[in-house]
Design a protein. Sequence first.
Length: 611
Amino acid sequence: MSTSVLDSNELDLSFAGLKAHYQAGDFTPRECIYFLHQQSLALNQDNPIYIQLLSLDTLDSYLSYLDDKDPNELPLYGVPFAIKDNIDLARIATTAGCAEYAYTPEDSAFVVQQLIKAGAIPMGKTNLDQFATGLVGTRSPWGAVKNSFNPDYISGGSSAGSAVAVALGLVSFALGTDTAGSGRVPAALNNLVGLKTSRGIFSNQGVVPACKSLDCVTVFALHHHDAKQVLSLAAVADPKDAFSRSFQALHRAKRYPEQFRFAVPLQKQRLFFDDAEYAAGFEQAIEQLQAIGGSPVEIDIQPLLDAALLLYQGPWVAERVAAVGDFIQAQPDAALPVIQTIIGQAPAFSAVDFFNAEYQMQGYRQYAQAIFNQVDVLLTPTLPKHYTIAELDAEPILYNSHNGLYTNFVNLLDLAAIALPSGFTADGLPFGISLSAPALDDFALLALAERFCDANALPMGALARPYPKQSTAIAKACEMINSDDFIDVAVCGAHLSGFPLNHQLTDRGACLIASTKTSEAYKLYALAGGPPYRPGLIRDAHNGVQIEVEVWRMPSAQFGSFVAGIPAPLGIGKVELSDQQWVCSFICEPYAIETAEDISEYGGWRSYQQS
C-alpha cells in the first residue's frame, strides 16, 4: 500500500483534494478505503462512531464498480461516505439505534443509490440517538458518541456518528437526518458544514421515519462545495416518496445580491444560558456577515420559537408513534427510558389538538414568510451552549431542548437551512451559525455559504486541515495559465454555475471568465430526457436571438476527458459570442429539436428554469 500520503497529515479528503490524490497516483481508491477502514476500527474502540463498519469483502464489492471506470467518468469516484443507521444500505442491518428493532433491507435507500451510482463508497452505518429522537448523541445503547474536539463534550445528535466520522477524517462526507436539528447541531459542534435541504428535495424512501412529514436527509461535509455536489447528485425526484419534490423545483439560479439583508433575533431573544463565549461568537458572526456585504435587521422571532415548542410539546410528538409506536408497544423495554418518556406523551393529544396546532402553525408560517419579505436570510446560532456529557446526563431532557432552541422551528415552517463553522472558543471548541431561508432556496444559501466560509477560512473538521478557497485558488491558477495551456468553453445549460453538472468544470480546474451572450443567431431548445435536464443550442442566422452563456477557461490537459463525457445529441463546436469572438461551445445535433421545446424566448437556460 502507498502509505506515504495516507499516513501523513497531507491526506485531503475533500472531494477536490481526494480527486487530486487519485490523479497524482498518491494511492488508489482501494488503498484509501482500506486505510480509512483501519483508522475507523481503531477509533471505534474508544468512541462508538459506527454501529457497523462494513467488512473488507463488502467494501470490495463496491470498489469493484470502479475497476473499469475512469476517475473523470464518475463525479464521486472513490469518495468514502458514512450512513446514519436509520437510512438503509442494502443487505446491511438498519437498527435506528435499537438492536431489537433491526431489519435487513434488500435495497439501499433511494438517496444512497444515487451516491453509489456516482462512485461513492459506503464505509458503514453510524451511531445515533435512538430512533433519531434527540439532539445530543448520548441516547444510544452503543454508548455516547464523543465530540471530535474534546471527548468530555457531547457530539450533538441525533446524527452523532455521521458528524464525528467526517470531522475526524474517516470519510469525506456523511448522511444524516434532520427533524428538529439533527443535521445541524452535530455539524456545529464538530466544525462542519451541515446542509439541511428543503423538505422533500432528498427522497426519504428507505429512511426510518421520526416525523415523516418533517424529516429531511442531510449532508455533513468538510467543505461547502462538497455539500453542494452531493445536493446536485442526490436530489432526484422519487415517485415512490409521496413527500418528494422535484429537483427542478429548486431555485437553482437564485442568488442573493452582493449587498444583502439578514435577520437577527432581538437582543432579548439571543439566549446562551450563561455561555459568554457563545454569545460573543454570535456577535462576531454578525460582523462577519456584515463584512461580506450583509446588513443586519433585528426581527422579533418569538413566533418562530413558539412554533418550535409545538414539535415536542404539541401533537407532532404523536407522529413518532406513527413511525415506531407499534414496535415500542410490543417491546417497551427495548427503547431507552428517555425515548419512552418522550413518545409516551403522544396519547394525551387528540385529532382535534392536532388541527388546532396546525392552525397555529399556519399562522407561524405566514409570519416567517413576512420576515423573508424583508430580508434574504435569517441568521441564528445553531445552538446556544455546548454541554459536557456529564451535564447532559444530569438534565437529559432540559438540555436537549436547549440544543433545539434555534433549530426546532425550521422544518415545521418548511425552511431550508445550512449550518456553518463560524469560530472557536478559548478552549478550542467550535462555534457555529445557521442560515435559514424559504424552501427551495438551497443553492442560494450555498452560494452565500461560499462567501462566508471563504472570508473566514477556518480549518476543516477536527483535523486542523487548512480551508481551501477553491474559487480563489482556481481564479489565481487561471491568471497564471499561458495562452497555449487553456481552452475557453462556452456553456449554456446544465454546466452553468449552480447547476448539476458545473462540477465537471470545477473538478478539472476550470474557472469562470465571462457571463455573456451569443450573437443574435441562435435558438435554444429544452431537450427530452433527464435528469440532469439539458438544453440544445442551434445556430439559426435568420430567426435567432441572443442566448445567455458562461465562458469557462479550462486547462488543455483536461479538455479531452471533458469532451469524451458529453452525450449525444450534444457535442462541441464553435459558437459566435456577442462581441463576434468565436469560442468552443456546446452545440446540438439538429435532429434532436424535432421533439424539443423551443425556449429561445427566455433568452437562456437560467431564465427558463426560473420561470
